[in-house]
Design a protein around this ligand. Sequence first.
Ligand SMILES: [Zn+2]
Length: 88
Amino acid sequence: MMVTAETLQHEIPGMGLKNQGIALVAPKSAQDIDPDIVAHELGHVAGYTGDWDKYHSKDVTNLMFHYITEVPQSPDKQWCEKVSALAK
Ligand SMILES: [Zn+2]
């Protein structure tokens, strides 16, 4: 995982690339790192495929929903299986 002070494409808070890693825009402190953003980007690293576009879910309660929201989100079965496979 890389943390950068630079602005990422489209001013997003993080970016995950399949089989490569995660880049996060540096928060003010390490305590401000949002674990949901890290988990979302980990889904991209694991190769999550969605029904909203190629990479995201259109379900607002899904951790892989495209936009940041205040709605509580959870990983789905695909996220769990693909992220678990990274550990093997
Ligand atoms: Zn995403």
